[in-house]
Design a protein around this ligand. Structure first.
Ligand code: SF4
Length: 481
């Protein structure tokens, strides 16, 4: 409990926007707050401290913060001792101007300043408003306390592990190099220790995180300084992790196409626990748009990578990110994107309209796309993706897969759901008795896939897996993503 003479802060709630790195940062922050004696609250109304972890990848996400903060005036007025903090990419980008604009905001922290939040809370109790957004090249920012029992209780057998952070690629549309700073890779020994400790605490699946995760250690490797920095080639790191006892699944996100070397492709063929799924951001299927985006690969090179990966793992599921309406994108460029999406046969994709971001090179580009044209391109792309996703799901019916149970399905009625190794969502149908399958979050169950829907697969426990009344126990981490 953080306290002074007459006031205490006992509960917190974290509202998270954006990517998996932000979700992981919110987990780290929750862990720090547990260690400071606070407890997670189910929502803002029950919380003394509300932290908003922001995203600035698109203007919509940034505007969401401003509207949230406006709406939170009443929340604070209802109990003035409450504390509001803002972190993440928007905080990094605009810094203490947030404090000037929103007088009811207590503190602002940047992407490198998570560890300072408990002391900022203490200062807030003393009536001090603070902003900490300094960038750090030190590895100290990755030093986090052990997982608190309060966090462990909410586990579902999965965990993120940061291997590198920041980005030196400067794609013309992307604000991330400004908000997350320059690339920095953690020493392999630190990553392996974290993975071993997670596995020992019951985690079955880890997802390695980095803005360009497969660029891990590249600067040191190129200069022959891998030993000095404690890093190694990304494929070697995967091989070391593959041997960690208890880890059943390894994933990574997001890689950059240009860092797929032979060793990484071979790793997919050889490593037992590396999942048959790669999220490989494409952004556009047109060479001229890719060049204007400064993506540093052509559609032909991207296709070559996907072919090599599929040679290594024939049933590999490939998913992607796409942007439509980039400045100068013509009908013909967009047709190239549709064509490449069909050729690769993406199992799923995240697609968005281009959103101009401050301090990026693309903001200067002429020929901004017409908004309604961009919208209709987005819809056409999403129609195509739905067809491809359903096609993939149908091709899977009849297969037997291992599903890592995550918790209760959105379909409700006590149904469970989980992910298969291809990262497809599998909803478990009730058994013949109508009872939910006997499983709990974090279990790996053998499942027969019996039906395909546009968004998920339906499965039943394979014969031999017990059917009984549900013993589901799912934690409820106070995160909104
Ligand atoms: S690789 Fe490009 S899109 Fe990805 S984080 Fe770096 S600058 Fe942004």
């Amino acid at each position: 409990m953080i306290s002074r003479a007459r006031e205490t802060l006992e509960t917190f709630h974290i509202r998270t926007y954006g990517c998996q790195m932000n979700v992981h940062d919110s987990d780290k922050l929750a862990n720090l707050l547990y260690h400071s004696g606070l407890e997670a609250a189910p929502g803002p109304d029950q919380a003394d401290v509300l932290v908003i972890n922001t995203c600035s990848i698109r203007d919509k996400a940034e505007n969401q913060l401003y509207s949230d903060l406006g709406a939170l005036r009443d929340w604070k007025e209802a109990a003035p001792a409450r504390v509001i903090g803002v972190g993440g990419c928007v905080a990094q980008q605009v810094g203490d101007s947030l404090l000037k604009r929103f007088p009811h905001l207590d503190f602002v922290f940047g992407t490198h300043n998570l560890r300072q939040v408990p002391s900022m809370l203490q200062a807030a109790l003393a009536g001090q408003r603070a902003s900490e957004t300094g960038e750090s090249r030190s590895l100290e920012r990755f030093d986090m306390p052990e997982l608190h029992p309060g966090m462990r209780a909410q586990g579902d057998g999965r965990a993120f592990v940061t291997v590198m952070e920041g980005c030196d690629m400067f794609c013309s549309f992307c604000i991330v190099p400004r908000t997350r700073g320059r690339e920095i890779s953690r020493p392999a020994a630190m990553i392996l220790e974290e993975a071993r400790s997670l596995a020992a605490s019951g985690v079955r699946e880890i997802t390695l995180l980095g803005q360009t995760v497969n660029a891990y250690g590249r600067h040191a490797e190129r200069r022959g300084r891998g030993t000095e920095s404690g890093t190694m080639a990304f494929a070697s790191l995967l091989a070391e992790l593959d041997a960690v006892p208890g880890l059943e699944r390894i994933r990574y996100t997001s890689p950059h196409p240009i860092f797929f070397d032979e060793a990484l492709i071979r790793a997919h063929a050889e490593l037992e626990h590396l999942c048959p799924h790669v999220h490989l951001p494409l952004q556009s299927g047109s060479n001229s748009v890719l060049e204007a985006m400064r993506r540093r690969y052509s559609r032909e090179e991207y296709l070559d990578i996907t072919r090599a990966l599929r040679q290594a793992v024939p049933d590999l599921a490939i998913t992607t990110d796409l942007i439509v309406g980039f400045p100068g994108e013509t009908d013909s460029d967009f047709s190239d994107t549709l064509d490449l999406v069909r050729q690769v046969g993406f199992v799923d994709s995240f697609s968005f309209k281009y959103s101009p971001r401050p301090e990026t090179a693309a903001i200067e580009l002429p020929n901004a796309a017409d908004s309604s044209e961009a919208q209709s391109r987005l819809e056409a792309l999403q129609v195509l993706q739905r067809e491809l996703t359903l096609e993939h799901h149908r091709s899977r019916v009849g297969q037997r897969v291992e599903v890592l149970i995550q918790g209760e399905s959105r379909r409700g009625k006590g149904q469970l759901c989980g992910r298969d190794p291809h990262h497809r969502l599998v909803n478990l149908a009730p058994g013949e008795s109508g009872a939910a399958p006997a499983a709990r979050a974090g279990d790996i169950k053998t499942v027969d896939l019996v039906e395909a829907t546009p968004h998920s697969l339906i499965g039943v426990l394979a014969p031999g897996e017990a059917q009984a009344e549900s013993v589901l126990q799912v934690g409820s981490l106070a995160l909104e993503v």
